[in-house]
Design a protein around this ligand. Sequence first.
Ligand code: FMN
Ligand code: SF4
Length: 435
Amino acid sequence: MAEKKAAEKTAKKSDFKHLLSPIEIKGVEIKNRIALAPMNTLFSMDNRGYVNEQILAYYAARAKGGCGLIITECVLGTRLASRFPYTTNLHCYNTSHLPGLYELAETVHSFGSACFIQMSIGFGRQGHSHVGEHPPAPSVVPMMIKPELMPRGFGKALEAHPQLIERATGEMPYEMTVAEIRSEQDEFANSCRFAVAAQFDGIELHAPHGYLEHQFLSPISNRRTDLYGGSLENRMRFMLEVYLKVRESVGHDYILGVRMSADEHLPGGITHEEALEVARTLAALGADYIHLSDGSYEALSYFFPDEDGAMLEEASHFKAAVNVPVFCPSVHDPTLAEKAIAAGKCDIVSLGRQMFADPEWGNKVAEGRVEDINRCLRCNECLMRTAAGLPVRCIRNPNTGRERYMPECWRRPQKLPPVTKMRVPPRLPEIREDF
Ligand SMILES: Cc1cc2nc3c(=O)[nH]c(=O)nc-3n(C[C@H](O)[C@H](O)[C@H](O)COP(=O)(O)O)c2cc1C
Ligand code: SF4
């Protein structure tokens, strides 16, 4: 420990040359290999789905703090999906969502970072209606939380917030018809065109963690006997159709990546080999990057690992399987992140909880001040609060959640107008309002 501290004190900018080197994805230059991982903070504070000042300031703080790439929290992309949120989420499925989303992308750009939006076709059986409606899913199989696979702090949180039990067990889903599957995919593909119009640099499809796309992929939640169930080819059909319809909708020149779990880590669930096969197929179809994660609500300890760099080994298998950039979350130690990128285990590290604890992580690495980084304790207080329906706060950083009161997180005055040329999706006039 003492040796590690001494080494940190003598760390220099040049010790992180891989982590600080730029990367280009489809013509978009990202100034370093540091991304803010997508995280729903509950700062939207209602489920109407609009961006507000706190959301803008939260992302601005992380862009200002040195993240080359900001990936937004997951944004619900259909009317049906938005009825089954995780308490509250941003929405993107009609023109009324555009001004706030545009403001978000523009704010992040004004701090010199690229900005991708994470778009979700829905949470399936992991969504909650708040009014007792049954959520749509591949099959009538409710989720079942496994106490032995819960992350640190969960037991204590259950005692403090008994309402967690209801959320953790989930609601009984209904089985989507083939017609409903297709109309959801069509509406979602159309919604992604609003994200392009809002000037995000790329879209990340949200397919990890036991949400709807993952539910179709998993034999645990998908018991269908039609063309969407059974073999791996059938179980991945929903995900591939979503990818292909969105690709068609946003065009081939636009960045379209996918986030997925590297393994379900449950008996009878998606295996690591199956996940690798899905990633290979997506990359062959033109996906521009794979952003890994792990597990699901039923195996939450993999989703929120207690150990630093827990997913790096899996990431290296994906690097060997695909020829597109691989993003790996949960590497909080800059030295480990540098080594992982230098060794070719991943191309970008995406930081989640660590960015609640210290939004200036990137700047401190770039200035050779790693000993000043306010380390995340992986105590999961932030996460448990959201599970209890409360907005994110961090026990290590009293300013997380209060960025809107901090003038340094407001957008700076610009010398030149930020908008010189507006990017429009192909055939913009065809964005439909009539779903
Ligand atoms: C409060 C909270 C909300 C999250 N919301 C999302 C989300 O909207 N989409 C997503 O793909 N991952 C989400 N995650 C997972 C993170 O992106 C990340 O993979 C995870 O926290 C592990 O990385 P870390 O150890 O750096 O926190 C969330 C995590 C937290 C703590
Ligand atoms: S509350 Fe803060 S220190 Fe604890 S896990 Fe969340 S980000 Fe890390």
